[in-house]
Ligand binder design. Sequence first.
Ligand code: XMP
Length: 311
Amino acid sequence: MANYRAFVDEQIAFIRESVGSGIAINALSGGVDSSVVTVIGHRSLGDRLKTVFIDNGLMRKGEPERVVKIFADMGIPVERVDARADFLSALKGLTDPEEKRDAITFTFYSKVFGRLVRETGAKLLLHGTILTDIEETVAGIKRQHNILAQLGIDPEKEYGYKVLEPLQTLRKDGVRKVAKVLGLPAEVTKRIPFPGPALATRIVGEVTEERLTTVRAATAIVEEELGKSRAFQYMAVLLNDKATGIREGKREFGQIIVVRCINSVDARTATVVEIPWEKLHRLSEQITSIEGVNRCLYDLTPKPPATIEYI
Ligand code: XMP
């Protein structure tokens, strides 16, 4: 742990030096990466760091309220910014995974952050990018929503602010260790990874309010059922296909939900968890009771060849 303490001290010095007497801003999602950045940032800058929770409408059930409350309990004020309409309108009509990711990146960094930066006078954004995000983007596997420099985007020129990435040398396991050193609650340090583009990565095809409602309900069921599984990550995904089924004696052309549960150390590779049949049946029963969903599948694919998320 000693080297993680030294890491925190080094990052505090780095942030103080970079920000000088100015103001910085950061977006907290409640995930371990952005939570660690929020705490290190507040230790570095106090109230010269403005932390926002951007409600993009793609979050899980009760998530915005819960995240704001966890940090309020630690004495860190977080402002909830309602950007739901911005994201939903940017995603309207898009089905290509990378186009969806691009739309989220643009809405986040240019539209919403551009506006916040102008309003607050912040010149610097503290950002929770980790090494795996950078590596996968550079390798062309997928464009993580938070990668800018490696894609040739100069945020200062394009959006009017600089980006600092204090966690860019760590992977997820390292970030968790730093979170522990910082005394973050277990709800944060043990939280399963949840991607920045949120439920949009778990909807194949168009992201609409109705489809978000379906995947959000399935996610709540999966997280409740597998919450004690100690797996690295588990999720529900809404496919773009439909399938024939029967409900109350009538034909129904319904939605298909995939359940995924994997083990991994650092998200670079992943293996599938062997869930007992009994649990799988319980999951299937609950998921197919969501309106319009008549099939539930379990994904047996490790990473590689699959990635963890579906887009
Ligand atoms: P993949 O799907 O690339 O996921 O195998 C690897 C890990 O990264 C998470 N992930 C993301 N995290 N922004 C994030 O903050 C993203 O755009 C993003 N895409 C994937 C994923 O949940 C998994 O833990």
